[in-house]
Design a protein around this ligand. Structure first.
Ligand SMILES: *Cc1c(COP(=O)(O)O)cnc(C)c1O
Length: 269
């Protein structure tokens, strides 16, 4: 419809005022978004340098941009800057955002997952690429059955390990990682076991000890499964510690605030 056909001049004026206000808002949010795209480039550069220090190519390290609490418009700008890997840790938030964004995004679910949210997550996010946070057999079984019943291709999963010993942290104890990895790999035909994930310390500043613990878990798991270590991912490293994590062998870093800015939970809708 042509808006010039609108006969009601007063309405038209009101609409113009609104348009110019939203133009200003769009402009300032575009400036913000430019910040996120620039921050992404800087992170990719730092990842590249850390990869070189660890004697690896940065094309072997995936950067998951963690967009929790951030609006779709800002995610879109990071997407437009060429990025395709994004992570969320609340099911409902991911279900809301994913359909508003391009289908070639590879979503990583990185939060605690409850059994009753498995179906909505898988049904609502066809382009869910990986669940990084499988921490017991029950959730693995739920995922396995849901993938099978939806007829989707096998879902990539990581086993989350609690390497910090903090009780509030989710994740299987290091001593239990082999058993859980075996269960996923051998008992869940619709899941593809891809490696291990850890969050590290509560203050998000992990020590190399956390990273070494995860790396040791990988050695044990790979021995038990007869899996080459190069094929077993290590998801570790966040905004404050991703370079160190890469130097300790991380293949997947999850970076939120350094790309998107600080999270403002109070404003969360
Ligand atoms: C929020 C979150 C991140 C990103 O944290 P930043 O410190 O903002 O980079 C990474 N991993 C998990 C599991 C998270 O929940």
């Amino acid at each position: 419809m042509n808006t010039l056909d609108n006969p009601e001049e007063e309405d038209q004026k009101a609409a113009e005022v609104q348009v110019s206000q939203s133009d200003t808002m769009a402009a300032s949010s575009a400036a913000m978004d430019g910040v996120a795209a620039a921050a992404l480039r800087s992170v990719l550069q730092r990842v590249h340098q850390a990869a070189e220090r660890s004697g690896r190519g940065s094309n072997r390290i995936r950067v998951v941009a963690v967009s929790k609490t951030k609006p779709v418009s800002v995610i879109r700008q990071v997407y437009d800057a060429g990025h395709r890997y994004f992570g969320e840790n609340y099911v409902q938030e991911l279900i809301d955002k994913a359909p508003q964004l391009p289908e070639d995004i590879e979503w990583h679910f990185i939060g605690n997952l409850q059994s009753n949210k498995v179906k909505p997550l898988l049904a609502g996010v066809p382009n869910l690429a990986m669940v990084e946070s499988v921490d017991d057999q029950k959730i693995a079984n739920h995922l396995d059955r849901a993938v099978a019943s939806l007829g989707r291709k096998p879902l990539k999963v990581l086993v989350q390990v609690n390497t910090s010993g903090e009780e509030s942290k989710f994740g299987v104890e290091p001593s239990g990682c082999v058993e859980l990895a075996k269960h996923v790999s051998m008992g869940c035909p619709s899941l593809e076991f891809c490696g291990l994930m850890t969050i590290g310390m509560l203050d998000y500043s992990s020590t190399p000890e956390n990273f070494k613990t995860l790396s040791n878990c990988r050695s044990e798991v790979c021995k038990a499964l007869g899996m080459p270590e190069e094929q077993c991912e290590l998801s570790m490293g966040m905004s404050n510690d991703f370079e160190q994590a890469i130097e300790c062998g991380s293949t997947n870093v999850r970076i939120g605030s350094t790309i998107f800015g600080a999270r403002e939970y109070s404003k969360k809708k």
